[in-house]
Write a protein that binds this ligand. Structure first.
Ligand SMILES: Nc1ncnc2c1ncn2[C@@H]1O[C@H](COP(=O)(O)OP(=O)(O)OP(=O)(O)O)[C@@H](O)[C@H]1O
Length: 626
């Protein structure tokens, strides 16, 4: 973002001006280098950065569960591995554990302290600023995830002590002054603080000239103007020159208080506004030839509006425009990031004030760091995943950081001197009353003329303002027409591409058709062969059938023979049984006959034995007698 003040701008302080000549350490000062850490700096070779580009650094910070969440035991679904620079979202989809892990440049878990984040991620950026780079740090995330806590942190203590929970802004301010003082540098520092709400810019440092500042119409307009060099200027933005850290803290307090008052009076919601705090530092340097040069570095600290789904945050009716506009800024930011990542042509920076303001930080010459803040709670899982996706995509944005060109000290202070001279003369004339004296009538007449002139001028200013407005409208119309033309030519390109693709696919289809015809012919050949073999098979089937029929008649005659054989066997069985019974009868008769003959023979034997015994006894008697 490149801002500049109008003629109305006030310059305060000035004690830090670059007029007293003394030693000014160079940007290559060793002490400054030794103090560095972190890899934001590892890309500091400006030639390399310029040619190849440097990726936007993306850091994720997860806040701890708050008291309410702890009380109701809200489940934690985010785990941070700081060493591996990973954030994992634990998801349970349809009873399946599907975790998603994202890798970032740095990861800070719920236990991380403000100091840890600052020392590791932001401190190196501050050194880059003091070397002459423009750097932007922005906090992106859902409402309540700690964007403001990270950027601003806890309030300053009443005794002026630095609080341990101070955020990036106060720490950066402190570090800048510490380094400049350690280097005994001659510098000039100015700050701006603006709020972007509902696509309208409010200068948080503007003096409260009118107590009715809540009435938008009475407010001093702060408009964005093209600077003719591709950048934008914020016309009418107050630039406060500061000399000490305390001055900046007071300015911050003042700006934040104004923001809060406006919030209350206009019923604004801080979560829907973007705030941009910028510090511009001019440091005097001496070339080896002894020439005095001025280098300039700028640090933009951006606290973006809550990234949650606007419809869910209750945007309805009267607030629809407001939500729409904020959505417009964030949506455009998303679209710019997508276009840069995909390198897909026209980048819609002009579609919102936020992207116009941050143009140089996204794909430009600025070194950019995004701090994405997330909540660990299950209730925020959807938004957390969307923040992680968004941040992960932003990692691919490439910027081409360039050190701001150094200016001759003499040229820079020449203007300042002439302004001081003019002011001195005015003061002197007033103090010494040595101005021009004129008669009262003439004075009154002059005053009346002056008044008339002033009215005329006012009229002309109003006229010119409305012309400016008209011009802006016409310019916007022209730009929108230009966008339309670009869009249309993009569409034409796309259509031509599509046509080419369609022609290519038609050629592909024709080739496929040719291949299909060849395949069909091959298939037809196979089918005719199959039909032939089918015919042969049918003939063979007929032969087999007649053979089968013959076999069947053979089998039936065989069955008839078997039947006959069974009948004969049955007859044989009857005959056998008959023969068996006759044989049994015959055998019984024979048995009886044999038994009778045996009994008869036994009788005969007994008779013969008796006869023999009687014969023997007779013989014995005979022998004895003899
Ligand atoms: N890392 C952290 N450690 C401790 N407390 C935190 C941390 N981050 C946020 N908080 C606390 O959470 C609350 C919400 O934080 P904060 O207001 O910074 O959120 P935010 O993102 O800026 O919200 P909004 O978009 O509404 O402005 C605050 O009370 C803050 O103190």
């Amino acid at each position: 973002m490149d801002s500049s003040s109008s003629s109305q701008q006030r310059r305060r302080g000035g004690g830090g001006g670059m007029v007293s000549p003394s030693h000014t350490p160079r940007s290559t000062d060793k002490s400054a280098r030794d103090l560095r850490s972190g890899d934001f700096n590892s890309n500091s070779s400006s030639k390399h950065d310029k040619e190849k580009g440097v990726n936007v650094q993306v850091i994720v910070r997860c806040r701890p569960l708050n008291e309410d969440e702890l009380r109701v035991h809200t489940p934690v679904v985010i785990s941070c591995n700081e060493g591996r620079r990973e954030v994992s979202a634990l998801q349970n989809i349809a009873n399946k554990q599907i975790d998603r892990t994202f890798l970032f440049d740095k990861v800070f878990g719920p236990a991380s302290k403000q100091k840890d984040l600052y020392d590791l991620a932001v401190s190196p950026i501050v050194y880059e600023v003091l070397e002459g780079y423009n750097c932007t740090i922005f906090a992106y995330g859902q409402t309540g995830t700690g964007k403001t806590y990270t950027m601003e942190g806890g309030a300053r203590k009443k005794n002026g002590e630095f609080p341990s929970d101070a955020g990036v802004i106060p720490r950066a301010v402190k570090q800048i002054f510490e380094i400049l003082e350690a280097q005994n540098a001659e510098y000039n520092m100015k700050v701006t603080f603006l709020e972007l709400y509902n696509e309208e810019i409010t200068d948080l440092l503007a003096p409260e000239e009118t107590p009715k500042f809540v009435d938008d119409k009475s407010k001093k307009p702060v408009a964005l103007m093209e600077d003719g060099k591709g950048g934008v200027l914020v016309r009418g933005l107050e630039e406060e020159i500061v000399c000490t850290a305390n001055e900046i803290y007071k300015i911050l307090d003042k700006g934040s208080a104004k923001r809060r008052t406006a919030e209350t009076l206009l019923n604004k919601q801080s979560s829907r506004s973007h705030s941009i705090f910028s510090i511009t530092i001019h440091i005097k340097e001496c070339t080896p030839e002894g020439e005095e040069m001025i280098k300039c570095g700028k640090l933009n600290l951006v606290d973006l509006a809550g990234s949650e789904n606007i419809s869910r945050s209750g945007a309805r009716e009267g607030r629809a425009r407001e939500a729409g506009e904020i959505n417009k800024s964030l949506l455009t930011l998303g679209r710019v990031i997508n276009t840069l990542v995909e390198r897909s042509g026209h980048i819609p920076y002009r579609d919102s004030k936020l992207t116009r303001l941050l143009r140089d930080s996204l794909g430009g010459k600025t070194k950019t760091c995004i701090i994405a803040t997330i909540s660990p709670s299950i209730q925020s899982l959807e938004e957390t995943l969307s923040t992680l996706d968004y941040a992960h995509r932003a990692k691919n944005i490439k910027n081409k950081p360039e050190i701001n060109q150094k200016m001759m000290k003499s040229a820079v202070i020449k203007d300042l001197y002439s302004e001081i001279d003019r002011l001195k003369q005015e003061v002197y004339a007033a103090r010494e009353k040595n101005g021009i004296y004129i008669p009262r009538d003439r004075y009154l007449q002059d005053e009346a003329e002056k008044k008339e002139m002033a009215e005329k001028i006012e009229h002309m200013e109003l006229d010119s303002e409305s012309k400016d407005k008209q011009f802006l409208e016409i310019q916007e119309l022209y730009n929108s027409q230009l966008h339309l033309t670009v869009d249309l030519s993009e569409k034409l390109d796309k259509t031509e591409k599509k046509l080419e693709e369609t022609e290519n696919s038609l050629l592909d289809l024709e080739e496929k058709h040719r291949q299909a015809n060849i395949t069909i012919k091959e298939k037809e050949f196979f089918i005719s062969n199959l039909l032939k073999s089918e015919k042969g098979l049918v003939e063979r089937a007929f032969e087999l059938r007649s053979e089968l029929e013959n076999a069947a008649s053979d089998v039936s005659s065989l069955f008839a023979k078997i039947e006959r054989k069974d009948k004969i066997e049955d007859g044989n069985r009857v005959l056998t049984r008959k023969f068996q019974s006759q044989l049994t009868q015959q055998l019984e008769i024979l048995h009886k006959t044999v038994a009778a003959s045996m009994t008869q023979q036994e009788k005969q034997l007994e008779d013969m034995e008796e006869d023999m015994q009687s014969f023997v006894s007779i013989k014995a008697e005979v022998w004895i007698r003899t």
